[in-house]
Design a protein around this ligand. Structure first.
Ligand code: ZN
Length: 110
């Protein structure tokens, strides 16, 4: 047995493990999500429920701790003080980091 046997490539006639050609998963570009996202980001964020990625706490966004004495705005979890959101504004752009939130639960307008 040589060392190359450890990395043997399956024979193509092995139907159980050979890759089958199949159709690629269809997708469209980001323009298709613009309508839904524009509705989401028009909401009143204060009542939205957010889940902290650090501790799992779910609270209304209005209950968070917001620090404005920073380069931008830093929003922290009231339970663990983990960073939920960061927003930096420049004259031409917004930089939005939501990586501290597992999700936001937002009531739809009726
Ligand atoms: Zn937390």
């Amino acid at each position: 047995m040589t060392s190359t046997d450890d990395f043997a490539v399956p024979e193509s006639e092995d139907q159980d493990i050979a890759a089958e050609p199949h159709d690629p998963i269809p997708y469209v570009d980001g323009n298709a999500a613009a309508g839904a996202l524009s509705e989401v980001f028009r909401i009143d964020i204060i009542a939205a429920l957010g889940r902290c990625r650090h501790c799992g706490s779910v609270r209304a966004f209005g209950e968070t701790m917001v620090f404005t004495d920073a380069p931008g705005i830093v929003v922290r979890c009231r339970d663990c003080q983990g960073v939920l959101l960061r927003l930096v504004q420049t004259p031409t752009k917004y930089w939005l980091d939501l990586s501290g939130l597992s999700y936001l639960e937002i009531d739809r307008e009726e």
